[in-house]
Write a protein that binds this ligand. Structure first.
Ligand code: SF4
Ligand code: SF4
Length: 315
């Protein structure tokens, strides 16, 4: 990584998945703390070039005012409203920025989570950091259905959690048990592998959509989910493709784009996690700050079958 880039710190106010609004809400309602927290972390890390990435005009305006109020030297970077936003390392989640501000001011630890989907009052909650899915649903007015299932992190990058599980993610998505997102998350890995072996067309759509693939092309060592699926399905492990899975962020864009309704994400994430468990780690990819974005959020929301839950949030 170039020396200039090592001194850069990016605050991430842009990473709300579809139906998520935590980052946007904090950028608006806690704008001073976001800017202050970025400065506090920059001091710890000795970063000199500070950036805040945002997606929405209202968040951009609120942060611009906070930067002016605090006379802070922070560059605002406006990204398209798309998932996932692609941020250069190191990027710090907006909740961490506010937490850093709280720490610096001796305030109690808290967290923020959007509860959305099949709940009576979808909203962004400010809560203690150890609430379960059931407790969060209750604070959102209760579930609108009986057979609800909790997806921590939302779609397309989340995971199923039990109702009594503590939720750490910034979005808790509540869906009917029969929803397609839930059905896919419940599909066993062995099924995804069998389906990949029989139905993958090798079209590369997943690779063309994959953000780390785009970022790593210059190095010639990019993560290529289509190639990794081919390796897994054929059983011919040359050791190279599998190691490239370490760059996977689990964003799920490959799943959303696959014309054969396969799940490259499930297979790539599984390989990645097994390699990590064995002590492997990804090489940092020098992307030079905020570089690109993924699929239009409204389009992705429709593709995921979530448009009926795309409602204004309660205050
Ligand atoms: S997009 Fe789907 S069908 Fe195309 S190469 Fe990727 S996994 Fe295979
Ligand atoms: S889940 Fe992983 S493989 Fe799929 S698009 Fe995201 S980073 Fe790429």
């Amino acid at each position: 990584m170039a020396a200039g880039r090592a001194a850069e710190l990016v605050g991430d106010c842009a990473s709300d998945p579809p139906l998520g609004a935590t980052a946007r809400w904090l950028a608006i309602a806690r704008s001073d703390e976001v800017v202050y927290g970025l400065g506090a972390i920059a001091l710890e890390r000795r970063a000199r070039r500070l950036k805040l990435a945002v997606r929405h005009e209202d968040a951009h305006a609120a942060l611009a005012q906070a930067i002016a109020r605090l006379s802070a030297k922070v560059e605002l970077v406006r990204l398209p409203d798309a998932w996932p936003p692609m941020l250069g390392a190191p990027a710090v989640e907006v909740r961490e920025l506010v937490a850093a501000s709280d720490r610096a001011r001796g305030r109690a630890t808290r967290t923020w989570v959007t509860v959305a989907g099949a709940v009576e009052r979808p909203r962004v909650l400010e809560v203690a950091p150890d609430l379960t899915a059931t407790e969060l649903v209750a604070q959102a007015g209760g579930a609108a259905i009986d057979d609800w299932v909790a997806v921590a992190g939302g779609a397309p990058s989340g995971r199923l959690v039990e109702r009594d599980a503590i939720v750490r993610e910034s979005l808790l998505l509540i869906l009917p048990a029969a929803h397609e997102v839930v059905r896919r998350l419940r599909t066993p890995l062995a099924d995804w592998l069998l389906r990949a072996a029989s139905a993958c067309e090798g079209c590369r759509v997943c690779t063309d959509a994959c953000p780390p693939s785009l970022a790593g092309r210059e190095t010639g060592a990019a993560l290529e989910p289509h190639a990794l699926l081919c390796t897994l399905a054929s059983g011919h492990d040359d050791g190279i493709e599998l190691a490239r899975s370490l760059a996977c962020t689990g964003c799920g864009l490959c799943d959303a784009m696959c014309p054969s309704a396969l799940s490259p994400r499930a297979l790539v994430v599984d390989v990645r996690d097994r390699l990590r468990a064995g002590g492997a780690s990804a090489k940092a990819t020098a992307t030079g700050g905020v570089v690109a974005s993924g699929l239009d959020t409204a389009l992705l929301t429709r593709r995921l079958g979530l448009e009926r839950y795309d409602r204004p949030l309660a205050r």
